[in-house]
Design a protein around this ligand. Structure first.
Ligand code: ADP
Length: 594
């Protein structure tokens, strides 16, 4: 439990790091507000004492005492209000900063990390509520500190009023401390367990509510399945939390009763001192009320804070692990990678996915030259997409070499790789942006690019349909905007192809770009595609061999190895792997060309 408390202090450090001024002021005000409790009790004690000696002291003294109480209350109110105002402003700032930190880290995280399920979970956990987690964590530590100040200041008051009572109380507190610690630890364990269950439950909730899963949710109709899973986890979490809470309340109830009985005993012990005049009535009242206050603070408040601290500690662990995720290297070779004599030389490339035994690519060697059109073919799982991922620098833990104009790919920065390749993925993204933004993304403000985008869309045969939309190229796509329209799969695909065609890249990669088209539209698309990319270097990934006849060179991958390469006619003459695949698929080429 102490580890949790010290762990949570990082929230203060983090706040201090973001703004020394705000943190200092908020901590100061929190301390002052916490001290006010003792001051209030002292002021009330003084009023009771002076009221007892009203005849001698007169009305003015009583009035002054009353004013003092009002001043203390007012001060407490002012301090608390200023603290809450500063808290509000600082919370917004802190939240924005932490979100920025999260997203800038995420933008540098290696692709391999994003494909790892556990790490993906971690990314989700770290994102979950990041907007307020750090501000809440900071507030909770302040609450704990405030509690300690309140308890400390009350001890101090008791000690100054009656040393023996104070010392006796100190002894009682010291005896109880290990017990509180034990309760705190048990609480931490129990709440940490239930918090883990809640997290797992939330992840199931996401599957039944998030848009990302909408298609599969409909297709597989798995709502009841995940809903059941969610319910089971949720109820188990609630059960654990309730059990923890029951046990906790029971223990605290016993301790509270014991301490309250002890306090009553102490009040009795102090009676002779009151009767023989060694302590005044005011002091006596102060001491008794303080003792009961202490019981309250040391039991219930403490328990609630521990629960929050345990959850915040779990979050901090996740956040730390997230911040340690591998990042892409920021290498900048200064290489002129997209120059006129572009050449991509792949030498003895072998690769297996992180954590996997099997090699997905084995000793692949090939040279891609400028201006040529390549097709990579092979059965599903042959390694085509993996090869593309490696060319794009998404993984760097491969064996062999990928040289771009003689420079090792691993030495190129992200921007340099970005200049070399433009890619249309099979599972392209559909952005809730305008048509123009969907095609041009960050280049949207460049007028020459806007013209180019329209040209490409016109060649793809979709510009006419886009112009008929409510705001033409400025029409919002998707359902987020009230006037947003949704497009057909084929239209979306053409927009994705246009997005890949507009950048000035050295090589254009199209990974199965026609998967959502019928065979005739597919054939048309490839004709357009060949025209758009006529003089450019292209790599087409496909498993439909009918589309490969026009390519300069076809690379045939089988179980991760390059088994054949050459022009369609050459490969057909060889009557080997490509020929066999082609013959097997021939029936549907006939249908396509009908
Ligand atoms: P293709 O594009 O030829 O269909 P892929 O390159 O997608 O084949 O996949 C090649 C092999 O690598 C397959 O066996 C696939 O299951 C495996 N694979 C693909 N992605 C991953 C991944 N992220 N982690 C582990 N194995 C993967």
């Amino acid at each position: 439990m102490f580890k949790t408390v010290t762990g949570n202090i990082r929230y203060i450090k983090n706040a201090f790091h973001e703004s020394k001024g705000y943190t200092f002021l908020i901590v100061l005000l929190n301390t002052l507000v916490s001290c006010m409790l003792a001051l209030k009790v002292l002021a009330v004690g003084k009023l009771i004492d002076d009221a007892g000696a009203f005849q001698e002291l007169g009305i003015s003294r009583i009035t002054m005492d009353a004013c003092l109480i009002i001043v203390v209350y007012l001060l407490e109110y002012v301090f608390a209000s200023v603290q809450s105002y500063l808290n509000y402003k600082f919370t917004i700032r802190l939240n924005n900063r932490m979100e920025d930190r999260y997203y800038s880290k995420l933008s540098c995280v290696k692709y391999a990390v994003l494909e790892d399920n556990d790490k993906n979970n971690l990314i989700y956990q770290a994102k979950d509520g990041i907007g307020k987690k750090f501000a809440e964590g900071f507030s909770r530590v302040l609450d704990l500190a405030g509690l300690v100040v309140r308890i400390g200041s009350m001890f101090f008051v008791i000690l100054t009023k009656n040393v023996w009572t104070g010392l006796l109380l100190l002894v009682v507190f010291c005896c109880l401390l290990p017990l509180y610690r034990k309760i705190g630890e048990d609480n931490y364990e129990a709440y940490a367990e239930s918090n883990k269950e809640f997290r797992r439950a939330r992840s199931y909730r996401l599957v039944v509510s998030d848009r990302e899963y909408a298609n599969e949710r409909q297709v597989f109709g798995y709502f009841p399945f995940f809903n059941e899973k969610w319910k089971a986890r949720y109820h188990s979490a609630i059960e654990k939390e309730l059990k923890a809470s029951r046990q906790n309340h029971l223990k605290i109830l016993v301790i509270t009763a014991a301490v309250a009985a002890l306090t009553t005993l102490l009040s009795g012990v102090m009676l002779p001192a009151l009767l023989n005049g060694s302590i005044t009535l005011g002091v006596y009242v102060v001491l008794v009320t303080q003792l009961y206050n202490l019981v309250h603070y040391m039991s219930w408040n403490f328990s609630y804070i521990i629960d929050d601290l345990s959850e915040n500690q779990l979050y901090l662990n996740d956040f730390d692990a997230f911040m340690k995720l591998d990042e892409v290297s920021g290498a900048d070779s200064g290489a002129e990678a997209s120059g006129d004599h572009l050449e991509i030389r792949v030498e003895n490339l072998s690769f297996r996915y992180p954590g996997c035994e099997e090699y997905v690519l084995k000793n692949f060697s090939f040279v891609f030259r400028k201006g040529k059109h390549y097709a990579i073919v092979g059965k599903n799982g042959a390694g085509k997409t993996t090869l593309v991922k490696l060319l794009l620098g998404l993984y760097d833990d491969y064996e062999g070499k990928i040289l771009i104009n003689g420079t090792d790919l691993r030495r190129l920065s992200r921007e340099e790789i970005h200049n070399v390749f433009s890619t249309v993925f099979q599972d392209y993204a559909k952005y809730a942006l305008t048509v123009k933004e969907n095609v041009l993304l960050d280049q949207v403000d460049r007028p020459e690019k806007q013209q180019q985008a329209e040209d490409v869309l016109a060649r793809l045969g979709v510009l006419g349909e886009i112009r008929q939309l409510r705001d033409g190229m400025n029409t919002y796509l998707g359902k987020i905007d009230q006037n947003g329209v949704d497009l057909s799969g084929g239209q979306w695909q053409k927009i994705a192809i246009a997005r890949g065609a507009v950048p000035d890249a050295g090589v254009y990669i199209l990974d199965e770009p026609s998967s959502s088209l019928d065979p005739i539209s597919e054939r048309n698309l490839y004709e357009i595609y060949n025209r758009i990319f006529k003089d450019r270097t292209t790599i087409l990934i496909t498993h439909r061999l009918g589309n490969t006849r026009d390519q300069d060179e076809i690379l045939v991958l089988d179980a991760g190895s390059l088994v054949e390469h050459g022009h369609h006619t050459v490969l057909m003459e060889q009557k080997s792997v490509y020929y066999d695949m082609y013959i097997r698929q021939r029936s549907w080429y006939h249908e396509e060309t009908l």
